[in-house]
Write a protein that binds this ligand. Sequence first.
Ligand code: DAH
Length: 341
Amino acid sequence: MGDVGAGPGMKQRLQTLTREVLERIDAAGSEEALEAIERTDLARKGELLGMMRGIKDLPAEERSAFGQAVNEARATLEAALGSKREAFLSARHAAETADTRFDPSEPSIAVGGGHLHPITRVRREIEAIFMGLGFSVVDGPEVETERFNFDLLNIPSHHPARDMQDTMWLESGQVMRTHTSPVQLRAMMRANGKVPLRVIAPGRVFRNEQQDATHEHTFHQVEGLMIDEGVSVADLKGVLTLVLSRLFGGTVEVRLRPHYFPFVEPGFELDMRRAGSDDTWLEMLGCGMVHPEVLKGGGMDPTRVSGFAFGMGLERLAMMRYGIEDVRWMMSGDPRFLQQF
Ligand code: DAH
């Protein structure tokens, strides 16, 4: 190759070659054809890269511009190859999935379902029944102060009633709440003297007890409280009869047996049975008229308002409902137990 004039000739050839290869890429009918183009036209020994080797024959001032032109041509060709390859690939995917239509009626793979714990089920039922009667569901802390768990509920220290419940004391002097009754006080304080106040407070409670088929150290209660002007024992009995009837289906009959609880006066144990039957009475819950001292502690005026309260164990209820014989199953976490509900 001569020196002057070789430059324009090589540039021309570069342009022609680039156009020809682009046309070949465009015309390629298969992925194999593309690969063949790549193997010949873009190979190290191919004409395009061969042009790099001719650079030394160019006049010095043209070398760098020509080298750049070759590199650009190469980049253009590789990009064209790439996008053509993409096109083949997506055509192939489309073909592969063309006849897999979505059939919404086809039965799906069965996924093993979870189960609501029997305690959760009875809790939710009770919540729904009370909400239907205008009660709201409230919450309180599981770690309580001595004041809320005992003092404000009319159970001063050294009072024998403290021994009615075996308490788990924390090193801080706080207690794991032994019942849900302290939530009564929290609800009253939040109400700020405003009535009517109708709440239930379901939750976990803790006792330092020996475990057996009917005793757990951790179990669940639901506390109920209704305060208004002129609330009487008749309201207590009426509301609880209605709730238990809904909970057990049919109509139940209840009876109140006098019982001592420090936070109520008078206090009762409530028994129930199917209305009109001579079934044995089943002991269901503790209840009573909120003690004036407790009302005062919650910021209520006992000369103006009165209220009833009750506390019910959820484990016993679930055990009755589902025929569970040992309370220790409840917290066992055993799938053989849980799967039955
Ligand atoms: N706190 C009592 C317990 O854990 C249950 C109870 C009895 C709650 C009478 C009450 C009530 O609100 O009036 O054994």
